[in-house]
Design a protein around this ligand. Structure first.
Ligand SMILES: Cc1ncc(C[n+]2csc(CCOP(=O)(O)OP(=O)(O)O)c2C)c(N)n1
Length: 572
């Protein structure tokens, strides 16, 4: 029944289009506006539908799947509350430029705008947080709209695209035809960079004494890690990465400076402060990276490569913009780089900073520390696991202590900072990637926010390692309260009202363990990593009041970095 030219109803066309797009999984939840689609889905077996327990979970799963695989993640939810429950996940995908397509059911076309039962203006609601959104009013436009949605989601700067599907359109009939080509007026992302600009960049870099590559998620999305590694190593230019860029260059590489910015390494931030040519690749000068923009890399000639022209000069004015695909531009730049800068002195200076102020944490008092747990996970997985963080202190410690060896391994909510992201996103990643361990790490605050998705992991027997870092505090907020709000721990202490997590998780049928003893960590991790019959859970009860350092206070210059708690050292 599938070939072009057949008469099909909207709900059948929906699945035909998804097949053409190579969709493997739909993360969804049914409802009245989707009854026809779910009726048809009953007999579909080549596209797997994963029933979530909350629509927010579906969006995070689709995003986790997209980020781990590089493919487009798909969400299917009903109208009204089903649609509004996706909003946080959509905003998250938008901020982190993740390609997902969200299909929302809608009330019949004649009721739109009438405050009908379970109606929400999801187009209006999501306009600022989608790359594009569509309402399909006519079944004749269904196939071409879905084609456009996938095209928009995955090309240019990727992002979420929403398609609203009124109930009557799903029942209406038309001749099915899937357009081979997509033309969207006014939409033509620039892939190739301007040749003269690339030549100019090469000339600047060749003559630099202290060049620095500042790399963001764009490198991962455009699959340009190989080109980056080649470029950095050939010319011996150090690389610092944003949270989203981690893994673009293996953490253990001598040229890797780790993460920069608010909780970045001392030496990466010193390199930013002192470099003479800064080459930003697929990074957007986020305020967590720059701190006070007026004092960011003031000594540097700034080159910015980005596929999105609106990202250029948005936060920091640059000297040389190059709009285009970073993979392509790096290859071109490599051709133009006929000689290398002499960076040996520069690398020695950075090494001295590294030795001056290494990443350290307390080990003497016998208490369990998140940093230690992360270090152990990193060693045991050889920096090759997919690690999906939640949001908070543990997220920053993962960025500092997990040695990401490859792209698409670090997955977390960077732009929006969404608590509750980790568990569902890790489930999505695990559906997409079966040949690597997938590890979800959450704080005790964030874990509660999408805990219902434990059912999804347990039902599908996903071999997910779920680690809870329990400090009985909303740790990151407590840290700010300690430093900047007179130690008024207003509503961040969870010790009186946290549940017994082992009992809660075990009730979902998931093996669950807990420890506060550093000597038990290794064995528990081995057990979790070896277990492949389904999800497994370990709670690590850690020291309650630790803080993430280094830290650049919000809005301060990165030269005002705090290195320690009791002795905030201001470095100028
Ligand atoms: C949905 C949502 N609500 C509130 C916040 C604000 N927030 C940022 S970090 C944080 C604390 C996180 O605590 P926890 O999950 O226990 O992790 P920890 O910082 O202790 O590692 C909060 C409340 C947020 N980022 N997301």
């Amino acid at each position: 029944m599938t070939s072009k030219g057949h008469t099909l109803i909207g709900a059948e066309i929906f699945f035909e289009c998804l097949r053409r797009e190579g969709v493997e999984y739909i993360f969804g939840y049914p409802g009245g506006a989707l009854l026809k689609i779910y009726e048809k889905l009953y007999d579909v077996d080549d596209i797997k539908h994963i029933l979530v327990r909350h629509e927010q979970g579906a969006t995070h799963m689709a995003e986790g799947y997209a980020r781990a695989t590089g493919k487009v993640g798909v969400v299917l939810v009903t109208s009204g509350p089903g649609a509004t429950n996706t909003v946080t996940g959509i905003a998250n995908a938008y901020m982190d430029s993740s390609p997902i397509v969200i299909f929302t059911g809608q009330v019949p076309t004649h009721l739109i705008g009438n405050d009908a039962f379970q109606e929400a203006d999801i187009l209006g609601i999501t306009r600022p947080i989608t790359k594009y959104n569509f309402l399909v009013k006519d079944v004749n436009e269904l196939a071409s709209t879905i084609r456009k949605a996938f095209f928009l989601a995955r090309t240019g700067r990727p992002g979420p695209v929403l398609v609203d599907l009124p109930k009557d359109v799903m029942n209406a009939k038309c001749t099915f035809e899937y357009p081979e080509k997509v033309e969207i007026r006014g939409y033509k992302p620039t892939v190739q960079g301007h040749t003269m600009q690339i030549k100019k960049a090469a000339a600047k870099i060749k003559h630099a004494k202290k060049p620095l590559l500042y790399v963001g998620g764009g490198i991962i999305m455009s699959e340009a890690a190989k080109e980056l590694t080649f470029f950095a190593k050939t010319h011996r230019i150090p690389v610092t990465m944003t949270l989203q860029g981690l893994g673009a260059l293996p953490a253990k590489d001598e040229l890797s400076l780790g993460m920069l910015g608010m909780h970045g390494t001392y030496w990466a931030n010193q390199a930013v402060n002192n470099c003479d040519v800064l080459i930003a690749l697929g990074a957007r000068f986020d305020d967590r990276v720059t701190g006070k923009t007026e004092t960011f890399a003031t000594q540097a000639y700034k080159i910015h490569v980005d596929i999105d022209p609106t990202a250029i000069d948005k936060n920091v004015l640059v000297d040389l913009p190059i709009v285009g695909d970073v993979k392509h531009i790096l290859s071109e730049l490599s051709v133009e780089m006929t000689e290398s800068p002499d960076t040996e002195e520069w690398l020695k200076t950075i090494q001295a900073w590294r030795e001056d102020c290494p990443l350290v944490y307390e080990t003497e008092d016998g208490k369990l520390r998140t940093e230690y747990v992360i270090e152990q996970i990193s060693e045991k997985t050889g920096g090759e696991a997919i690690v999906v963080a939640d949001v908070g202190q543990h997220q920053m410690w993962i960025a500092q202590y997990y040695q990401f060896n490859n792209p698409r391994l670090q997955i977390s909510s960077a732009g929006l900072g969404t608590m509750g992201f980790s568990l569902p996103a890790a489930i999505g990643a695990a559906f997409g990637v079966q040949d690597k361990p997938v590890i979800s790490i959450s704080g005790d605050g964030g874990f509660m926010m999408n805990i219902q998705e434990l059912v999804t992991a347990a039902y599908h027997k996903i071999p997910l390692k779920i680690f809870l870092i329990n400090n009985s505090y909303l740790g990151m907020v407590r840290q700010w309260q300690e430093l900047f709000h007179e130690k008024k721990y207003s509503f961040t202490d969870l010790s009186e009202n946290n549940p017994d997590y082992v009992k809660v998780v075990a009730s979902f049928g998931i093996p669950a363990f807990s420890t506060d003893n550093p000597n038990e960590v290794s064995e528990l991790l081995d057990k979790a990593l070896a277990y492949n019959e389904g999800p497994i859970f370990v709670e690590f009860k850690v020291a309650r009041e630790d803080m993430v350092f280094p830290m650049v206070p919000a809005g301060a210059s990165i030269s005002d970095m705090m290195i320690k708690r009791l002795n905030p050292k201001t470095l100028v």
